[in-house]
Ligand binder design. Structure first.
Ligand SMILES: Nc1ncnc2c1ncn2[C@@H]1O[C@H](COP(=O)(O)OP(=O)(O)OP(=O)(O)O)[C@@H](O)[C@H]1O
Length: 315
């Protein structure tokens, strides 16, 4: 006898979870787990990551090397399959997808920009031909392809480089062309893994500006993995990943001071998952020497967290 719950039972259990988590979000990660097995050793790259991104949002993902950012991006791109949890992008369920749907998802619903310029563009095609390539796969007619490629290269500020091959373009021009390629098929989501990583500050700023233009003018939801503080500081929302989980978020909003000047206010938040778990920033816990256990108190409008002093008398 097999005691494992059948599909109907799993669906019943899932239905009992109350209102669907992230029902309206464009990207939903719920308790996402990715375990790699290499030579008998398990690496838990994502250990229950939660993330919601709304349609049209532009979000930066930051975190130490090895925290799981690229793993997450590869899953959202449909290139890697999570071990457990929920991952949905633009309505597509990334855990339950046939090979054919996955291919369609990668061709039509997401666009990517990688750090290595060589990975983004075909070296023997011109910039315009590179932008036309995904449209060709999608069966777009020649005239429409040409017009859209020209329009997108213009939007990215590299319209005058349309006839150049990647080897004849600067790194920044190649990355801006890569963004045009990524959005060619009108994807719902663009994923960029360190798009400015190989560029100097000024060129990186131009590439970021091109991504932002794609986000604002084409309305495409954009997720950027970055170590670049200028990029992380320029988006409305920066999500910190620590040890395979979302740990904190910085939200920025623009207001006007008394003299009418614009100022950006950045506020830090901790991510609270459905089970009530949150990660306190390491600087906070180490400043107050918090370890193992903390004391909590519910106040009318906040929760107080204190170091555990209960054993101090016995020491
Ligand atoms: N294909 C793989 N096989 C085995 N382990 C992997 C694989 N890919 C990633 N890992 C491990 O998973 C963890 C998360 O890696 P990941 O590349 O997602 O981190 P990251 O935050 O993107 O790091 P970086 O900023 O250096 O790119 C690391 O411990 C890494 O060694």
């Amino acid at each position: 006898m097999n005691d494992a719950p059948d599909l109907a039972e799993l669906e019943r259990r899932a239905a009992g979870r109350g209102p669907e988590y992230g029902e309206k979000a464009h990207i939903v990660c719920d308790n996402l787990v990715r375990i790699y097995q290499t030579e008998g050793v398990e690496v838990i790259a994502l250990q229950g990551l939660d993330l919601l991104v709304g349609e049209g949002e532009m979000v930066a993902l930051v975190g130490a090397s090895g925290s799981g950012k690229s793993t997450l991006l590869n899953i959202l791109a449909g290139l890697d399959v999570p071990t457990a949890g929920v991952a949905r992008v633009a309505g597509a369920d990334l855990l339950d997808m046939s090979g054919r749907d996955r291919l369609r998802f990668r061709r039509e619903l997401v666009g990517f920009v990688w750090q290595q310029t060589a990975r983004n563009l075909l070296p023997y095609l011109t910039a315009a031909e590179n932008v036309e390539m995904p449209m060709r796969f999608a069966g777009v007619g020649r005239r429409e392809r040409r017009a859209r490629a020209a329009e997108l290269l213009d939007l990215m500020g590299v319209g005058d480089r349309a006839a150049a091959r990647p080897g004849e373009m600067s790194g920044g021009e190649q990355q801006r062309t890569a963004i045009a390629v990524a959005v060619a098929n009108r994807p719902k989501v663009v994923l960029a893994d360190e798009p400015t990583g190989e560029l100097d500050t000024a060129t990186g700023a131009q590439v970021f500006a091109a991504l932002r233009r794609a986000n604002r003018e084409l309305g495409v939801t954009t997720v950027i993995v970055t170590h670049d503080p200028d990029v992380a500081g320029s988006v409305d929302r920066t999500v910190g990943i620590r040890d395979g989980r979302t740990s904190s978020e910085i939200l920025r909003r623009t207001t006007r001071d008394a003299s009418g000047r614009e100022e950006v206010i950045a506020e830090e938040y901790a991510v609270l998952d459905r089970a009530g778990r949150l990660q306190l920033p390491r600087e906070f816990t180490s400043a107050l020497e918090m370890r193992d256990r903390v004391r909590l108190a519910l106040e009318t409008d906040h929760i107080g967290v204190w170091p555990d002093r209960s054993n101090d008398d016995h020491r």
